[in-house]
Design a protein. Structure first.
Length: 294
């Protein structure tokens, strides 16, 4: 019984641990990624809202095309009408699109305003893009923290402790993730190196996509609602290695973030390994829990 109980608890831990790593692209995915910020909740709602207009309009246009093809074909209508104006039709096809655009514009403007109106931030992170990596700087902290983030190479997985491909997927995992606390408003400054090209910082689960322009400082914000590891990519064609410039943000509890920040300034590899040990422990303890119950 003890062994069965231990295995059951380990499986529960594994289940919840894996849920945090679900925010990444999946094969045959047909919908947006699960929202992890208030902005992404609004984006997903707006996307589903627009379908109530797109689908009926598409079906209506298809029906009209079929009617025209069948009713007004040359064999069924050898003498075509010479009518050049129809007042009712002209009113409908003018007012119809106006009303549709009106119902789309109001929630669209509300969403745009929420994205562009920055709330009071709890912390600021600057992301600088170069070909082909990201550099992160944590501003306002007592211990200055700045590091580069490269795509994780397959031969470096073992040394980095990131052998779990489900949690650290190929071409998306990085050597050093941006680490932020859950439930905090993060002000994100985005730019590119002065002698570089235009890049774009995109994180689908957060509803983020903003250009990184050399010599220009753009800003946006996000507030992660759930802990986990989230993946994005550069979304601007920036050169031959554009496809190998991923973005990874690890969202953790405030206590774990504070512990990581205190150590990252002087020992970033050690801080990352300590954080990974704390976050990934439930999944790694599955076999241990079963053995200890024997």
């Amino acid at each position: 019984m003890n062994r069965a109980y231990a295995v059951m608890m380990a499986l529960i831990c594994l289940l919840f641990a894996s849920a945090g790593y679900a925010d990444q692209p999946h094969p045959w995915q047909i919908d947006l990624q699960a929202p992890a910020t208030p902005i992404m909740h609004q984006i997903r709602w707006f996307e589903h809202y627009t379908l109530w207009f797109i689908v009926p309009i598409t079906l209506l246009v298809l029906a009209l095309i079929l009617v025209v093809v069948v009713k007004f074909r040359s064999s069924a209508n050898p003498v075509p009408s010479r009518t050049s104006h129809n007042t009712m039709i002209e009113i409908v096809w003018t007012l119809g699109p106006v009303l549709v655009l009106f119902f789309l514009a109001i929630p669209s403007f509300n969403l745009l305003n929420a994205q562009l109106e920055l709330p009071d931030a709890d912390m600021t992170v600057k992301a600088t893009a170069t070909q082909w990596q990201w550099n992160y700087e944590y501003e306002g902290s007592e211990n200055p923290v700045a590091f580069d983030s490269f795509m994780l190479k397959e031969e470096d997985r073992t040394a980095a402790g990131k052998t779990d491909v489900a949690a650290y997927p190929r071409l998306l995992a990085v050597d050093n993730e941006m680490v932020v606390p859950v439930g905090k408003t993060i002000r994100l400054l985005v730019t590119a190196a002065p002698s570089d090209v235009i890049h774009a910082f995109a994180m689908p689960a957060f509803g983020l996509k903003i250009d990184a322009v050399p010599g220009r400082l753009n800003e946006t914000w996000f507030k992660a609602e759930n802990e986990g590891l989230y993946y994005g990519q550069c979304s601007e064609l920036c050169g031959k290695d554009h496809a190998f410039m991923p973005i990874a943000i690890r969202v953790v509890s405030e206590d774990r973030y504070n512990a990581w920040l205190a150590q990252a300034g002087s020992d970033l590899p050690g801080a990352n390994k300590a954080l990974m040990a704390a976050v990934d422990r439930p999944a790694g303890n599955l076999a241990v829990a079963a053995n200890e119950s024997k």
